[in-house]
Design a protein around this ligand. Structure first.
Ligand code: PEP
Ligand code: MN
Length: 371
C-alpha cells in the first residue's frame, strides 16, 4: 500500500510526526519513505510493506497529511500501474519530458569512433530539429578482441559537441558503476553542456549490483534494456531494482529477443510488448529497431526492415526510439551493417511521423468505441 502525502508535507511538522507514530505501531508493517524533489514541489510517498491486507484504504485516507492511498494490486511496487493509481507516468530531465504519451527519437552512433563522425552526426540531428542522441563510449562486446569503446577519454569531446549542437540528452551505456562517476566528472569538467541518460544494456539487465549503483544516483535518468534471454517479468523486476534504490526516472527498452525463430533478423522483434509494458507499468517504453533487426535489408516495397519495425513499435505507442546512424557505416567500428546513413535521417523521421499520426488516430478511435 502506498500513502501519497499532500505536496510539500514538512517531515519535521507535527502532522507528519503524528502519521509516522501511528504507522510505527501497526503490527507487521514496515515503512519506506520516498521523496521526489521537483522544481515546484516536493512529493512524499510512504510505502507500507508487510501485512497490509487488513488495512482499509478509507481509514488510511483519513490519516494526517495523507492525500491519496493506492493499494498495490500487482508486482512492481514503485513502477507498476496499480488499481486507482493516478500517479504520473512522466518525468522531466534537462528540459525534456519523458512520458507514456509522447515520443522522442535518439538517433546516433552505436559507438563513438572519432570526433569528426560525432560532429557530423550531431550536425545532422540539429538540422532535423532533434535534441536527443545515442553515443556509446563503453561497449560490451561478444569478443574480448573486438573494439571496446573509447571509454572516458572520448567523453569531453562528445559532451562539448553535443552542447554545441543543442543536444539535451545523450543515451550512453554503462557497464560498471565507475562509468557513472566518469560520466558525471566529464559533465562537470565540460560545464554540463548536455545531459546523459544512462543505458543498461541487455547483457546487464540482471547485473543487480550495477542496477543498485545506477539506481542510487538520481541525477541522471536510466534506459533499461530488456534482457534478451529472460522473461518480461524478470526484466520488469530489474527496472524495479532501479526504482527501489531511489531512481524512478526509468525508461524501459525493447530490443528484440535471442532466438533463431527471429532469423533472418538479428533478434526476434518484440515490439508487440509496447502496450503490455505500458499497461503493467508507468514507464515510458523505448524501442531499439537497430539491435532488433541488425541489417539494412529492405522489403520488396523498398522500405528498410529497420524502418518497418520502427513503424510497428510507434503505431503501438512507443515513447522513445533508439536507432543507429553513422556518417560512414562502412567505417564504423561497431554495428556498421545495421546503421542508417545521414541522408536517410529525414525519411526516417518522416516515416516515424506517419506512424505516430496513425497511433494518435487509433487512440481517438478507441476513445469513441465501446470498451
Ligand atoms: C546498444 O544499444 O548499443 C546495445 C549494445 O544494445 P543492447 O544492450 O540492446 O544489445
Ligand atoms: Mn550496437
Amino acid at each position: 500500500m502506498i500513502l501519497i502525502l499532500e505536496p510539500n508535507t514538512d517531515p519535521q511538522g507535527a502532522a507528519y510526526q503524528q502519521l509516522t507514530d501511528y504507522l510505527a505501531q501497526l503490527p507487521n508493517i514496515r515503512t519506506r519513505v520516498h521523496q521526489e524533489i521537483g522544481t515546484l514541489q516536493t512529493l512524499t510517498e510512504i510505502y507500507l510493506i508487510g501485512d497490509t491486507a487488513a488495512l482499509s484504504v478509507e481509514d488510511m485516507r483519513t490519516l494526517p497529511t495523507v492525500e491519496r492511498v493506492v493499494r498495490i494490486s500487482q508486482e512492481y511496487r514503485i513502477l507498476g500501474r496499480h488499481r486507482d493509481d493516478a500517479r504520473p507516468s512522466a518525468f522531466e530531465y534537462n528540459g525534456v519530458t519523458f512520458s507514456q504519451d509522447n515520443l522522442h527519437v535518439f538517433a546516433g552512433l552505436c559507438a563513438v569512433d572519432n570526433p569528426e563522425h560525432v560532429e557530423r552526426m550531431l550536425q545532422a540531428l540539429q538540422q532535423h530539429g532533434q535534441v536527443c542522441t545515442r553515443m556509446g563510449a563503453y561497449k560490451p562486446r561478444t569478443s574480448p578482441y573486438a573494439f571496446q569503446g573509447h571509454g572516458k577519454q572520448c567523453l569531453p569531446y562528445v559532451f562539448e559537441l553535443a552542447g554545441k549542437y543543442g543536444i539535451k540528452v545523450v543515451a550512453m551505456e554503462v557497464t560498471h558503476e565507475n562509468h557513472v562517476r566518469e560520466i558525471r566528472d566529464a559533465l562537470e569538467l565540460t560545464g554540463r553542456p548536455t545531459g546523459v541518460m544512462l543505458q543498461i544494456g541487455t547483457r546487464n539487465t540482471q547485473n543487480f549490483e550495477l542496477l543498485k549503483a545506477v539506481g542510487r544516483q538520481q541525477d541522471m535518468p536510466v534506459l533499461l534494456k530488456r534482457g534478451f534471454g529472460i522473461t518480461l517479468e524478470e526484466s520488469l523486476n530489474a527496472a524495479e531494482y532501479l526504482a527501489s534504490e531511489g531512481n524512478r526516472k526509468v525508461v524501459f527498452g525493447l530490443r528484440g529477443m535471442k532466438t533463431n525463430m527471429g532469423d533472418p533478423h538479428r533478434n526476434f522483434v518484440d515490439f508487440a510488448h509496447v502496450p503490455v509494458v505500458k499497461r503493467l507499468t508507468r514507464m515510458p517504453v523505448c524501442i531499439d529497431p537497430s539491435h532488433s533487426v541488425g541489417t539494412r535489408d529492405r522489403g520488396p516495397d523498398g522500405i528498410l526492415d529497420v524502418m518497418h519495425v520502427t513503424a510497428q513499435g510507434v503505431i503501438a505507442g512507443a515513447n522513445m526510439i533508439l536507432v543507429d546512424f553513422h556518417p560512414a557505416p562502412e567505417k564504423a567500428l561497431v554495428d556498421g551493417p545495421q546503421a542508417l546513413r545521414l541522408n536517410e535521417l529525414g525519411t526516417f523521421l518522416q516515416d516515424v511521423g506517419i506512424a505516430r499520426g496513425a497511433y494518435e488516430q487509433r487512440c481517438a478511435l478507441a476513445k469513441q468505441s465501446p470498451q
